[in-house]
Design a protein around this ligand. Sequence first.
Ligand code: ZN
Length: 239
Amino acid sequence: MADQLDILKRLQAIDGQLFQLRRQQEEKPLELEHINAGVAAQEERVKAAGERLRALQLSQKEKEMDLQTKEGNVKKLQGQLFQLKTNREYAAMQREIESLKTDNSLLEEEILRTLDAVDEAVKNRQVEQDRLAQAQARLQKERQRIEQELTAVAEHVAQLERDRKTLLPDVQRQTLETYERILAIREGLALVPVVNDACGGCDRRLPPQVINEVYLKARLVTCETCSRILYFDEAHSKL
Ligand SMILES: [Zn+2]
């Protein structure tokens, strides 16, 4: 069993790296998705800023047309002023004209305020558009970086898988099956040293007879708590 444990140790060194690399293969695309979502959210903000601007421009146009109509009304009444026969009629119409003029100057002020709001909305849309351009540039850069990293990871994985294959013929079938089963359920760590009389995987204290068996290397010994295969390592033991 001693030679089997030596091969398993080499296998575990490879599989530990493979586990980390495969995790990166899963996680890196998620980073990109996250940035993608940020860009999409910024696109929405640009759209909303554009809609706000268009609504204000429309309101401005409506008010200007309204003012034009009302100024026309004033002119019409002013034209009629001189056709009136009595002073009373004349005074009444003048009051009406004054009242309409007051309404119009209020409307003019409103139009000026709307114009300010339009200016503000134009600036705001520009700010959001600039932010979108920045977010898109960042996405582009990050996509490149992540693609490069994933390529490097894939190459490393391929290399480790080749290394792994060269070791497999030397492992007994049943030992390999046990090892791989534990590897799958224990996050890429199936083989651990005994560390100060405890399991190097889950830190549980091991009974003396278990430690003895590990030391003897007569058979494959596993931790009762986490099922990992145990091996004896002088660097980690008091024995
Ligand atoms: Zn354990």
